[in-house]
Design a protein around this ligand. Structure first.
Ligand SMILES: NC(=O)c1ccc[n+]([C@@H]2O[C@H](COP(=O)([O-])OP(=O)(O)OC[C@H]3O[C@@H](n4cnc5c(N)ncnc54)[C@H](OP(=O)(O)O)[C@@H]3O)[C@@H](O)[C@H]2O)c1
Length: 325
C-alpha cells in the first residue's frame, strides 16, 4: 500500500519550493541572527562523530559550551572528539556510547548523562540513517529500523532527559528532520510498515521517520508551552555528508542524477550544520516553538500535513512502544 499525505500537485509545488530555496541558500549564504551565549552551557548532541552532528559539536565547542557527544561507535567517537578538541582548543567535551536503535542502550546513555549533568541546556537529536533497501528492516525489538533509530530512540532519549532540560533557564530541544517527510507513507496503525510499500527510491521508511520527528516536535512544543523549554525541528537542506553520498552510492541512473544534483546544489557540511545551530542558538524564535525550520525560516508549507491529532496519536503509541508510561 502506498498513500502519500500530499497530492501529486502539492508534492510538485513543495519540490519546486524546496529546490528553489536550496539554490537561493547556496548563493546567499547563512541566515543572519543574534545568538544566545552558550559558554559553559551543557549541549548534548546525538550522532556527533560524523557529518552535521560532528560539525555542530565543533561549533558548540568553539563557542565554549560543555559538549556531550553521543555515538554508537566509540572508536569513531574518540577520533572525532580528538579532532574537535584539537581544532576548538576546548577540553569540555565528553563522549557517551548510545545505539539509538536499541532501547536498552538509550536508557543506559540517558541515565549516565542525567546523573552527571543536573542541568541540560540544549539537546540536539541529530543522528540518523537512510538505507537504500528494497526490503524493510527490523530491530531485534521489532521496530522498523529507520523509525527506531531516527525517531523512537530520540523520543525515548528526550523524555528521559526532560527533567534535566526543564532545569535550564532556557532549554531547547532540536530534532533534525528532513523535507523528505513529504514522501511519508505513514499510518499510526502500521508504524513498523508491515503493510506499507518502500516508496519512491525506497525512501518511505526514511521519510516516515522524519515525518515522525516533526510530529514529535509539534506535540512536545504543545506540552511544553508556558515552560522555559522550546523545541524546534528542521531540514538542513541537501548536504554533502556520508548519509546523502551513501544513500545514492550505486550506479543506477536515478542515483547518478541525484549525485549530479548533490554536487551542483548540495551544501557543505558547515552550511548544513548552520541550520541546526540556528534552531539551537538564534535569539527571538521562542514564539515558533514546535515548528519546522529550513535555512533559518519556518517552513510553513508542510504544516498542513503535521496535524494535531496525528501528533497526539503518535505520542501515545510511542509511549507504549518505549514503555515510559
Ligand atoms: N545530509 C543530508 O542531505 C540531510 C538532509 C536532510 C536531513 N538530514 C539529517 O541530518 C542528520 C545527520 O545526518 P548526516 O547527513 O550528518 O549523516 P552522517 O554523516 O551519516 O551522520 C549520521 C550520524 O548518525 C549516527 N547514527 C546512525 N545510526 C545510529 C544509531 N543506531 N545510533 C546512534 N547513532 C547513529 C552515525 O553514526 P555512525 O558514524 O556510527 O554511522 C553518524 O554519527 C540525520 O538525521 C539526517 O536524516 C541530512
Amino acid at each position: 500500500m502506498f498513500n502519500l499525505h500530499v497530492s501529486i500537485f502539492q508534492f510538485l509545488v513543495l519540490f519546486c519550493q524546496v529546490g528553489l530555496q536550496q539554490i537561493v541558500r547556496k548563493i546567499r549564504g547563512p541566515p543572519a541572527r543574534t545568538e544566545e551565549d552558550v559558554r559553559d552551557k551543557v549541549v548534548v548532541i546525538t550522532g556527533a562523530n560524523s557529518g552535521l552532528g560532528k560539525c555542530t559539536a565543533l561549533e558548540m565547542s568553539k563557542r565554549g559550551a560543555v559538549v556531550v557527544m553521543t555515538c554508537r561507535n566509540l572508536t569513531k567517537g574518540i577520533e572525532a572528539r580528538n579532532e574537535i578538541r584539537k581544532i576548538s582548543g576546548s577540553h569540555k567535551i565528553e563522549l557517551v556510547e548510545m545505539d539509538l536503535s536499541d532501547m536498552h542502550s538509550v536508557r543506559k546513555c540517558a541515565s549516565q548523562i542525567s546523573s552527571k549533568y543536573r542541568i541540560i541546556d540544549i539537546l540536539i537529536n541529530n543522528a540518523g540513517i537512510a538505507i537504500h533497501s528494497p526490503t524493510r528492516q527490523l530491530t531485534p525489538e521489532g521496530n522498523e529500523l529507520h523509525f527506531a533509530t531516527n525517531y523512537l530512540g530520540h523520543f525515548m532519549f528526550t523524555n528521559l532527559l526532560l527533567d534535566n532540560i526543564k532545569k535550564s533557564k532556557a532549554g531547547r530541544i532540536v530534532n533534525v528532520s528532513s523535507s523528505a517527510l513529504v514522501l511519508a507513507n505513514f499510518s499510526i496503525n502500521d508504524l513498523s510498515m508491515d503493510h506499507r510499500g518502500m516508496g519512491i527510491g525506497n525512501l518511505a521508511p526514511y521519510s516516515n521517520s522524519k515525518f515522525a520527528n516533526a510530529l514529535f516536535t509539534k506535540e512536545l512544543g504543545e506540552r511544553l508551552a508556558g515552560s522555559n523549554v522550546t523545541t524546534f525541528t528542521l531540514c538542513p537542506g541537501l548536504v554533502n555528508t556520508y548519509l546523502s553520498q551513501a544513500y545514492y552510492s550505486d550506479d543506477g541512473l536515478q542515483n547518478r542524477l541525484v549525485q549530479g544534483v548533490l554536487s551542483l546544489v548540495g551544501l557543505s557540511v558547515e552550511d548544513g550544520a548552520d541550520g541546526i545551530l540556528y534552531c539551537a542558538l538564534a535569539k527571538g524564535i521562542s514564539h515558533t516553538s514546535g515548528q519546522m525550520y529550513r535555512f533559518g525560516r519556518v517552513l510553513t508549507s508542510v504544516s498542513f500535513i503535521l496535524t494535531d491529532s496525528l501528533a497526539k496519536e503518535l505520542w501515545k503509541e510511542s509511549e507504549k512502544l518505549v514503555r515510559i508510561k
